[in-house]
Design a binder for this molecule. Structure first.
Ligand code: FES
Length: 328
């Protein structure tokens, strides 16, 4: 049995299964609902029931006053739906609204995509999903002293399983040769403001530079989870052999969605164009840049030039976001 929940004031809607809490279903649907403990203690996930019937499914230490209860206040992490619901709930859209967290987690899986690239999957404790916005980064501290700051590649709609892209380079041998499933890792963060702007009905243009694809993947997965239907356009640029290590995944997006453009671009010396030539081509190919939201991961030396090129082409500075990956 599933029900439909309408959230005010955002107007977002999502479906909830009878076995899920309101919080679990909302996060799965890509909403940035506020939460803290996930177990009924902190009160962060409080919302107001305006219409419909709910059922408490877990004991909660957090208590509402009699007046708050009368007003329909409830904890989203401790209640499930017994009918369609209309609720009033805050949604987080600014990076500053996400509290800094430090969670003791474990390596869940190491997916070796090719000799020099792996996907690291980290699992949070069941009661401690990690809060972040798509596009943000964290610092990973392993029990043998290794530390790495990386963008999260997965969608915030699943705060229990985070994924990261790691390319082999000097000093990173541990991750390819010694790291195993079950290793302990502290996850600290999140940080960074390379995050989605409110959906304003604009098409979105994403440009990824090599493993700077990781935060772009998180952004796109979140847009898809939210069910937005605006056109999406992704260019993935790389000057490394086999640099587009998840190209099949990108093609599956293109096949699944009508308005999804995907192009992988080999830069010189593998291809014929350099970074600037490709950016100039994109500007020519996308004439309605003035009504697009842009999200770009760029090599650090090209960041200023790239920003200036897009602003000269009519892009609104408010709609332009850039992240220079540490790897560049
Ligand atoms: S998340 Fe803490 S009470 Fe719901």
């Amino acid at each position: 049995m599933s029900y439909r929940i309408l959230v005010q004031p955002s107007g977002h809607r999502f479906d909830i299964e009878s076995c899920e809490t309101v919080l679990e279903a909302g996060l799965r649907a890509g909403l940035n609902l506020p939460f803290g403990c996930g177990n009924g203690s902190c009160g962060e996930c409080r919302a107001r029931l305006l219409r419909g019937e709910i059922e408490q499914v877990r004991n909660a230490d957090f208590h509402f006053s009699p007046i708050e209860r009368q007003q329909g206040m409830f904890l989203m992490c401790a209640n499930r739906a017994k009918s369609d619901l209309l609720i009033e709930a805050r949604e987080v859209s600014e990076a500053e609204e996400i509290p800094r967290q430090r969670v003791a987690a474990k390596v869940h899986k190491l997916e070796r995509l090719q000799d020099d690239v792996l996907i690291l999957h980290v699992r949070m404790p069941r009661a401690q999903p990690f809060r972040f916005l798509a596009g943000q980064s964290v610092t990973l501290r392993f029990d043998r002293g290794q530390t790495l700051t990386l963008p999260i590649a997965s969608c915030p709609c699943n705060g229990l399983d985070l994924s990261f892209h790691i390319r082999r380079r000097p000093g990173r041998e541990f991750f390819f040769d010694d790291l195993k499933k079950g290793h302990k890792v502290n996850v600290e963060g999140p940080k960074g403001d390379f995050v989605l702007r409110e959906d304003n009905g604009c098409a979105r243009l994403f440009i990824a530079w090599e493993e700077g694809f990781a935060p772009i993947q998180s952004l796109i997965e979140h847009v898809i989870a939210e069910g937005n239907e605006e056109p999406l356009c992704l260019y993935w640029l790389s000057a490394i052999p086999q640099g587009h290590y998840l190209s099949n995944y990108c093609r599956s997006w293109r096949d699944a969605f009508d308005e999804f453009h995907y192009e992988s671009v080999d830069l010189e010396p593998l291809g014929k164009e350099n970074w600037r030539q490709v950016i100039e081509r994109i500007i020519r190919e996308r004439p309605r840049l003035d009504c697009m939201d842009l999200y770009i991961t760029a090599p650090a030396p090209e960041a200023d030039w790239t920003r200036a090129a897009f602003l000269d082409a009519g892009v609104d500075a408010e709609r332009f976001s850039m992240f220079a990956p540490e790897s560049t």
